[in-house]
Design a protein around this ligand. Structure first.
Ligand SMILES: Cc1cc2nc3c(=O)[nH]c(=O)nc-3n(C[C@H](O)[C@H](O)[C@H](O)COP(=O)(O)OP(=O)(O)OC[C@H]3O[C@@H](n4cnc5c(N)ncnc54)[C@H](O)[C@@H]3O)c2cc1C
Length: 383
């Protein structure tokens, strides 16, 4: 399978890398320190087309294939894990709209998300339904010309600045998963109340919100897919989204490794740079090896998705391995810094906290293992 990038895509990735390393690292530290949102600062990303990566050219997007897209998320995450997840969630929602929205709605909304400065969000989780999205309680009642949404959503990334939200809701009284539908909601209307969730351990520059919906109107043509298909729409979005989170985790790990290498060459103990000690070299070697393995996993999942082949298990493996790997590498990075890694004078302190969430959102590691094992067992049964 080809995992090579075209010259144009490589140039784009290089441009993102230069921009992110020059502009985002210090801003990310400031967002973290003040717990303020990076979403107020996305103008340059819109100008560079980075909010339109997965939008077709006909709607003003870059139509970026999955492989370079994932490398762009990786480069953003190296500099700002918060910006990376903001772009990854927005891109995932753009893709859901492209795949499932009615043509009349699709073009108008995608071009506003690509070029109009509008941000999008994904509202599946609720206080009592996280790993089990089929337990969602938010309800959409049929009314003349559309649906009326009532309920509360939790943990919505881009939930404060976002304009277009995809919302998972029950549309009948069957109370099973066939009862769930996905609706595209304009969040700028009466009945939508957003509350920022503060006190997060990491990615503090990324917005996370609780969303309360009271009689919020969604027109009929904003149903994504058919009524009752909502869980399929959500799971298909997450399959692709997990490639982005795997790439985000690799970017965080690479930033940790670079910090570890540079510090270990400067820091002297026992009259030698600590990089001369075998124990430190093993941490560097293990980190480099695991980053390479995680990169191959997300590249493989991205190529399968792009070529229209099944990739559910591959994206789960990429997300599982990369996110757990990022936590191991971040742990080592702090360890190599000794006491200095424990205070925020060095970036590894923040990266250690930022890495933590990658094993949780878009499906915990336990859920990824469940997805992978289900696939292995299915193949065994079929053999
Ligand atoms: C910063 C942040 C941003 C987020 N952004 C979004 C977003 O944009 N949109 C959105 O919809 N959601 C979002 N989420 C929610 C996220 O996807 C959920 O937190 C996650 O799916 C886990 O759900 P939960 O927190 O309810 O944990 P629970 O589902 O309650 O899980 C608790 C523990 O039980 C384990 N567990 C649960 N079920 C099983 C099982 N069957 N087998 C084994 N172990 C199991 C879990 O792995 C976990 O360890 C975000 C979360 C965070 C923290």
């Amino acid at each position: 399978m080809a995992t090579t990038l075209s010259d144009d895509h490589q140039l784009l990735i290089d441009a993102v890398r230069d921009y992110a390393r020059a502009e985002l690292i210090s801003r990310d530290a400031e967002w973290d320190r003040t717990e303020s949102s990076c979403c107020a600062d996305l103008t340059q990303l819109y100008e560079m087309g980075l909010m339109a990566l997965r939008v077709p050219e006909s709607d003003g997007g870059l139509a970026c294939p999955m492989l370079p897209y994932a490398h762009i998320i990786r480069e953003l995450a190296y500099a700002s894990p918060a910006v990376a997840v903001t772009v990854a969630v927005h891109s995932m929602v753009c893709e859901v709209i492209r795949m499932f929205a009615d043509e009349s709605v699709r073009d108008k909304i995608l071009s506003s998300l690509a070029m109009g400065g509008h941000l999008s969000a994904f509202a599946i989780s609720e206080a009592n339904s996280g790993s089990d999205p089929a337990a969602a309680r938010t309800r959409a009642e049929k009314v003349d010309g559309g649906w009326r949404l009532n309920g509360t959503k939790m943990w919505v990334t881009n939930g404060i600045a976002g304009r277009w939200f995809i919302v998972l809701a029950r549309t009948s009284r069957r109370e099973d998963e066939r009862d769930l539908s996905m609706l595209l909601m304009d969040a700028e209307q009466d009945g939508v109340t957003r509350r920022a969730i503060h006190g997060k351990m990491g990615i503090r520059g990324s917005e996370t919100a609780e969303l309360s919906l009271e009689d919020v109107f969604v027109p009929d043509e904003h149903m994504l897919g058919r009524p009752g298909q909502g869980l399929n729409v959500a799971l298909s979005a997450l399959d692709g989204g997990r490639i982005g989170i795997a790439a985000q985790a690799v970017g965080i790990a690479e930033a940790c490794l670079d910090a570890m290498v540079s510090y270990s060459r400067e820091r002297e103990q026992f009259k030698r740079p600590i990089s001369k000690f075998e124990a430190i070299q093993w941490m560097i070697a293990d980190s480099q090896t695991e980053i390479a393995a995680a990169t191959l996993l997300f590249e493989r999942a991205a190529e399968l998705k792009e070529s229209g082949q099944p990739f559910t298990s591959e994206s789960a493996m990429a997300k599982l391995y990369a996110s757990e790997m990022a936590n191991r590498v971040a742990y080592r990075a702090v360890q190599v810094h000794g006491g200095y890694g424990f205070v925020n004078e060095f970036r590894v302190e923040q990266l250690y906290r930022d890495a933590r969430v990658t094993t949780i959102y878009e499906g915990t590691s336990e859920i990824q293992r469940y997805v992978i094992a289900r696939e292995v067992l299915r193949k065994f049964d079929e053999a």
